[in-house]
Design a protein around this ligand. Structure first.
Ligand code: ADP
Length: 349
């Protein structure tokens, strides 16, 4: 009986050693953290990717071990969702994709992967788009300027052509500006932490909606929340106003548009509801992709660039907020931006 048990024991020890060797051979770093948040075990790759070494790092509290780094900040905020590109805590270290996987009741595994090559390619793509947009800006401004100088009354036969040229040059200018905005947003890690007063913001959005609609729609503002936001006033205004402009552009004359701001749990929601054309369900998940349009002709006819909702998505993600889209073709759409408690300021200052 004792021999059988001894055999089973040495078999288990061999298995354990083999498992550890296999884990050490993995190209990804894995760190096992116990229910108290302390590092229990990590593989060999955790050394080159995260700078963890045995035995000194065993038993450390994971968040405290990476304090003062981007990874530490992510862990402090609960390690929510996988992060696709974050700096390694090592100086000159690789770019990392990280995620926390729950194990059993409260233990977790931190997984980290070297994504430097993908991150470099992404950076090249971003730089390329930003450079092209920047280079196009000056010649477009010149063309646009000359077109504005031409008087259609001088050559009445060419008046429609001139009009079309002006419309198209304005459209190109707007595409370039939107691409530059997207590049700027992509280069940011988080939004600034300014207090954004919602009362004047909502009043200005209402004025914009009325100006765009030119009395073709019923426009209403419902302000149920007294909360303010914490973030970038310029970027939030750009996102909110994109949703207002879409509601006006995709709602036929006689329809209604409601802008609202209300508390939801500890957070708050900004929403724009319209009674417009609506969006078929199979398009909804793709709307925030660059240049994705349900109907190109309708988007162009109303002066769209196809970049508005991409900008909205980026701004919201910088503010840890979520975009929800509900729509029924022929009935209308609601675009809601849900902000977490951390982005809400309720006290008067
Ligand atoms: P665009 O400049 O084309 O409006 P957006 O990125 O703002 O680009 O929107 C993408 C597409 O989503 C639009 O082309 C349109 O098809 C659809 N869309 C956006 N908002 C609405 C809305 N309120 N009602 C119906 N369709 C909408």
């Amino acid at each position: 009986m004792t021999r059988v048990r001894q055999q089973a024991q040495s078999e288990s020890v061999r298995w354990l050693a083999e498992l550890r060797r296999s884990a050490d051979a993995l190209p990804d770093a894995s760190v096992l953290v116990d229910q108290r948040g302390r590092i229990r075990w990590f593989n060999h790759t955790a050394g080159s990717l995260l700078g963890l070494f045995r035995p000194q790092d065993r038993g450390h509290e994971l968040g405290a071990r990476f304090a003062g780094t981007e990874l530490g900040a992510w862990l402090r905020h609960g390690g929510m969702g996988p992060v696709t590109d974050i700096a390694s805590p090592l100086p000159e270290g690789p770019r990392l994709g990280v995620m926390l996987i729950p194990v059993g009741r409260r233990a977790r595994i931190l997984l980290a992967r070297d994504v430097s090559a993908i991150s470099r390619l992404e950076q090249m793509r971003r730089d390329f788009v930003a450079n092209v947009s920047h280079e196009l800006r000056t010649p477009l401004t010149v063309i646009h300027g000359y077109l504005e100088l031409l008087d259609p009354n001088d050559v009445p036969a060419l008046a429609p052509v001139l009009d079309e040229m002006r419309t198209q040059s304005r459209r190109m200018g707007q595409i370039v500006e939107d691409l530059l905005t997207l590049s700027r947003l992509e280069a940011q890690q988080t939004a600034v932490d300014d207090r954004v007063a919602m009362a004047p913001m909502l009043a200005s959005l209402l004025r914009e909606a009325e100006a765009l609609s030119q009395s073709r729609h019923r426009v209403e503002l419902v302000r149920e929340s007294r909360a303010d936001l914490i973030g970038s006033s310029r970027d939030l205004h750009s996102a909110f106003s994109n949703l207002v402009s879409n509601a006006v552009r995709y709602t036929p004359t006689g329809g209604s548009i409601r802008i609202s701001w209300r508390d939801v749990g500890e957070g708050a929601v900004y929403a724009v509801e319209d009674s417009g054309y609506g969006i078929p369900a199979d398009h909804i998940s793709r709307l925030t992709e660059r240049f994705y349009r349900v109907s190109s002709s309708r988007s162009r006819a109303t002066g769209g660039t196809g970049l508005g909702l991409s900008i909205v998505k980026h701004v919201l993600s910088l503010h840890q907020a979520e975009l929800h889209i509900e729509s029924r073709p022929g009935k209308g759409s609601t675009f809601s931006c849900e902000f977490p408690a951390a982005r809400i300021q309720r006290t008067a200052t």
